[in-house]
Write a protein that binds this ligand. Structure first.
Ligand code: UDP
Ligand code: MG
Length: 311
């Protein structure tokens, strides 16, 4: 198999046919053998029926049907686990990632690169809030991690089989694939594109999922939040030291010991707040350690037409 195209699907019934047509046209242009792996991530619509329909027409259309919604990163990971191509493409199903860009990516691969990611020159149909939070998040992430996660990229990319093999060996449960792929290294480059609006349907990434994804990214690649808690502790300790000094001096020399209810309240609440933030941040890390220790499977497959020997 020359190419594997991995497509995570969450309620995309209106996009599947158009996506498949456009993909097929592109892949025919590459004149190589391509498998399409659709991962149905617990869709509530007719997505899986459509995918099965495609697989009945074309034996290179594979599907993995999850037992429930496990999330985008896990759906892509399942595709990475089962794909057989020498080059692997990850693409969104909603046509925000133009399939035609795959041709440009393939050219870069021919030049000897091992990862070609797609960088957004512009993005349409996304709220001001999403753009501003996303760019803020990636700037923070870059400044607190030592790996070079490129700005303005999603998971749309082409990579060599070797990178996929490394990814399969990375057992972490809280996946942040774009960070993992940067971390792996090899020769990486990018092609630019203008991100279109979602063709049809609704985003599968509401604010809550976005937040969880952001925290996954930070906790997987940085200890900075933990160090931040530590420095907050130091700052509060120093402030408290001066407060103690002040209290003692005013008690010993000025005998005004009754006043100061507000300063006590403020310092108690302040320290309480700092402690709770600290415990919360530590909790985020511990819950992720817990997830990895449980050794539950990353996903559960209800049905698939991929034979095991394919791996
Ligand atoms: N997706 C998924 N599981 C989810 C959410 C999304 O497999 O829980 C898929 C979705 O079908 C699409 C891709 O991941 O192919 C990107 O999702 P979406 O377009 O909703 O995200 P956005 O572009 O709004 O960030
Ligand atoms: Mg989208």
């Amino acid at each position: 198999m020359d190419y594997s195209v991995i497509i995570p699907i969450y309620n995309e019934e209106e996009n599947i046919q158009l996506l498949y047509d456009r993909l097929q046209e592109v892949m025919t242009g590459l004149q190589s053998e391509t498998e399409y792996i659709f991962i149905n991530d617990g869709s509530a619509d007719a997505s899986i029926q459509l995918i099965k329909g495609l697989s009945a027409q074309n034996k290179h259309v594979k599907y993995i049907d999850f037992s429930r919604n496990f999330g985008h990163q896990i759906a892509v990971s399942a595709g990475l686990d089962k794909c057989a191509g020498n080059r692997v493409v990850i693409i969104d199903a909603d046509l925000q990632d133009p399939p035609e860009l795959i041709l440009e990516m393939a050219k870069k691969m021919d030049e000897g690169y091992e990862v070609v990611y797609a960088q957004r020159r512009s993005r349409k149909g996304e709220s001001f809030f999403k753009k501003i939070t996303a760019s803020g998040f990636y700037k923070i992430l870059r400044s607190i991690t030592s790996i070079d996660i490129p700005l303005n990229t999603g998971d749309f990319r082409m990579m060599d089989k070797r990178i996929v093999e490394v990814l399969r060996e990375m057992p972490e449960k809280n996946k942040f694939l774009r960070g993992q792929i940067s971390w792996i290294g090899f020769r990486q480059t990018f092609v630019e594109f203008d991100r279109a609006e979602r063709n049809a349907g609704e985003t599968g990434y509401p604010l809550k999922k976005m937040l969880r994804f952001a925290i996954d990214g930070i906790t997987a690649f940085s200890d900075a939040p933990l160090k931040f808690v530590f420095s907050m502790g130091i700052v509060v300790f120093i402030l408290t030291f001066f407060l103690i000094l002040y209290t003692l001096i005013s008690w010993l020399f000025f005998e005004n010991t009754v006043q100061g209810w507000s300063s006590i309240m403020i310092s108690v609440l302040f320290i309480g707040g700092v402690q709770m933030i600290g415990i919360g941040i530590i909790g985020e890390y511990i819950s992720r350690i817990g997830n990895n220790v449980k050794e539950r499977p990353l996903y559960i497959i209800r049905e698939s037409n991929i034979e095991e020997e394919n791996n």
